[in-house]
Write a protein that binds this ligand. Structure first.
Ligand code: G3P
Length: 216
């Protein structure tokens, strides 16, 4: 399973990349706004750190403008993936970007039908937002199960990128279901490292080593 980080924070991206666990990065306009930086500058900075897919989202409702923005984004670095909304306009833009060989990530997916349409349209990646469904009292992971089954039934090449992850358990469940990718907020990545027995075990090993380290 590929692990992406869902952030535009460069320090977090560099830190996670240094652990050798980072396959890619997803951003969205909210995450860029949180950093208070220029989209172009930050996407270029991220692409210098990460060689895998880096998603940059279009910011318009008009398909022609989506195509124009997508082409500009794709010129920033070879690993930029253009994030398009799961709407008719987004799929029109996707057709044109596909012709140019530009990779895409269809975002804001909340139903299996939307995932089916994104795959048929030829999306490279497709992002169901499970946490936002959980927030509404729905079972986000049930959507992933349906999508993985549908994509397997028809051998769609579109990769399932589980997004809007809220807990380490979400990552485990996505992996158990065979999702291709999880995009994970940095604080959830940090929690994936944690177990009290790892901490106490390391403390015990170091304390015991202190007792014998000077013995000849
Ligand atoms: O980047 C898309 C998605 O992961 C957003 O997550 O936490 O805003 O629902 P969230």
């Amino acid at each position: 399973m590929k692990l992406f980080v869902d952030t535009a924070n460069l320090a977090d991206i560099k830190r996670l990349a240094s652990y050798g666990i980072l396959d890619g990065v997803t951003t969205n306009p909210t995450l860029i706004a949180k950093e208070g930086v220029s989209l172009e500058t930050r996407i270029k900075e991220i692409c210098e750190v990460v060689s895998g897919p880096v998603s940059s989202e279009v910011v318009t409702l008009d398909p022609k403008e989506m195509i124009a923005q997508g082409k500009i984004y794709a010129g920033w670095a070879p690993n930029v993936y253009v994030k398009l909304p799961m709407t008719p306009a987004g799929l029109i833009a996707l057709q044109e970007l596909n012709k140019e060989g530009i990779k895409t990530n269809v975002t804001l997916v909340f139903t299996a039908n939307q995932a089916l349409l994104a795959a048929k349209a030829g999306a490279t990646l497709m992002s169901p937002f499970i946490g936002r469904l959980d927030d509404r009292g729905q079972e986000g992971m049930a959507l992933i199960e349906e999508i993985v089954d549908i994509y397997d039934n028809y051998d769609y090449e579109t990769q399932v990128l589980v997004a809007s992850i809220r807990s380490p358990r979400h990552v485990v469940n996505a992996a158990l279901l065979g999702a291709d990718i999880a995009t994970i907020p940095a604080d959830i990545f940090d929690k994936m490292f944690e177990h009290p027995l790892t901490t106490s075990g390391q403390e015990q090993f170091l304390a015991d080593w202190e007792k014998v380290k000077n013995k000849q």
